[in-house]
Design a protein around this ligand. Structure first.
Ligand SMILES: [Zn+2]
Ligand SMILES: [Zn+2]
Length: 392
């Protein structure tokens, strides 16, 4: 089959690789009809995630048709259409029972690597380094899906791929980010980053009862999307001092909840941004936390900071004094996708979300390397790319 394969920083190639096979009784093989590039894939592209190996197949947002199931999979059959959660979870362990699927204790065969880096391991993830299991990803014509009896969501009705594809990650990720804000009626929520997760976080904040949502970015097309589609007030961080502006907009108090939907490759200016860039370059700091610092400083006393943006390792100059003295609550985590699949599918059916409106580019899988470059450099108004593995 064809797959998009990682060969090193900035070097991805679409190549012929062996077809995946059933390895365990709970596996399924899915023929992929649509797959997306995620903002977090850019951290792999830019070489900021450790434990990637040349030959790794990328991609964790995909859907398709079941072509084969293992002997223990009774709820799926060849021909079923499914969306696959990016988090791989067994469905039975301590954390899966608590619906904290991204913390599954059984799905990361390389748990020892994660324990070294983080103290404890998390779940396995498709196409996202050996630290999270070294699983082949879904930017390919086929994928092996472990625990297929517990993860994938069957789509029985006539919804299009693009209406349901983002249930694999960015829609539940934006929703969980807003849910983590514990929004009360009348709350003001600020969202840093107007990419796909940011847009769905804004829209979810409205659904969960926010009274005002303020979105922060610098790219005009993303700010326009936040205004016109997601109905947020917007701030261009290159035009205003965000912390000052937020204080002004909230009677001096700051937003009740703040969401960092940017993560480890934040852009910024000033002394600390330069400090981060240099330390990340010479590998003294793995992540650039410009946005997170601003989020923590901007949130009102006693407010909640929610972090769906991906961080990999270590950061410096985190204002812990501000967090402690101002009684902030910090909520974060990889998304427990399985928990949200059914409820969010219902919301898509009802029209609460129209995820297909996120898609700015549709391309054949063969164009994946160019698509990554376009997405990373935000060329041509690119917000979300869907790749079609069977299109030529
Ligand atoms: Zn993703
Ligand atoms: Zn589990």
């Amino acid at each position: 089959m064809k797959a998009n394969v990682w060969h090193g920083k900035g070097d991805m190639r679409v190549e012929k690789v062996p077809d995946p096979r059933i390895l365990n009784p709970r596996d399924a093989i899915v023929k992929i009809t649509s797959t997306a590039i995620c903002g977090s894939d850019l951290h792999l592209y830019d070489g900021y995630v450790s434990t990637m190996e040349a030959g790794d197949i990328l991609g964790h947002e995909f859907m398709g048709e079941v072509v084969e199931v293992g002997s223990a999979v009774k709820n799926l059959h060849a021909g079923d259409r499914v969306v696959v959660p990016f988090t791989i979870a067994c469905g039975n362990c301590f954390f899966c029972q608590r619906h904290e699927h991204s913390l599954c204790e059984n799905s990361n065969p390389n748990a020892w690597m994660a324990e070294k880096m983080w103290g404890h391991s998390t779940a396995g993830v498709f196409g996202y380094s050996h630290l999270t299991g070294g699983y082949a990803g879904g930017q390919a014509q086929y994928a092996r899906v472990p625990y297929a009896d517990a993860g994938p969501l069957r789509i029985d009705d006539g919804l299009d791929d693009e209406q349901v594809l983002f249930l694999s990650d960015v829609l539940p990720t934006g929703y969980m980010a807003a849910e983590n804000c514990n929004i009360q009626g009348g709350d003001v929520v600020a969202v840093w980053g107007c990419g796909p997760v940011g847009q769905f976080a804004i829209q979810s904040a409205w659904l969960l009862g926010a009274e005002r949502v303020i979105a922060i970015d610098r790219f005009p097309e993303r700010l326009a999307m936040a205004r016109d589609w997601s109905r947020a007030e917007t701030l261009d961080y290159e035009a205003v001092d965000v912390a000052d502006a937020l204080r002004d907009m909230t009677g001096g108090r700051g937003p009740d909840a703040c969401i960092d939907a940017v993560g480890m490759e934040a852009h910024g200016s000033g002394v600390l941004a330069t400090y981060d860039r240099i330390r990340q370059m010479i590998r003294l700091e793995s992540d650039r936390p410009m946005v997170l610092r601003e989020v923590l400083r901007s949130c009102r006393n006693g407010g909640t900071v929610s972090v769906p943006g991906v961080y990999g390792g270590f950061i410096d100059k985190l204002p812990m004094g501000s967090v402690m003295n101002r009684a902030l609550t910090l909520k974060t985590g990889q998304t427990h996708v399985q928990r949200y699949l059914q409820p969010l599918l219902e919301r898509v059916r009802r029209g609460d979300f129209e995820p297909q409106r996120l898609v700015t580019h549709r391309l054949p899988l063969d164009d994946a390397p160019q698509a990554y470059r376009m997405f990373r450099d935000k060329q041509d108004g690119c917000v979300k790319v869907v790749l079609k593995p069977w299109l030529h």
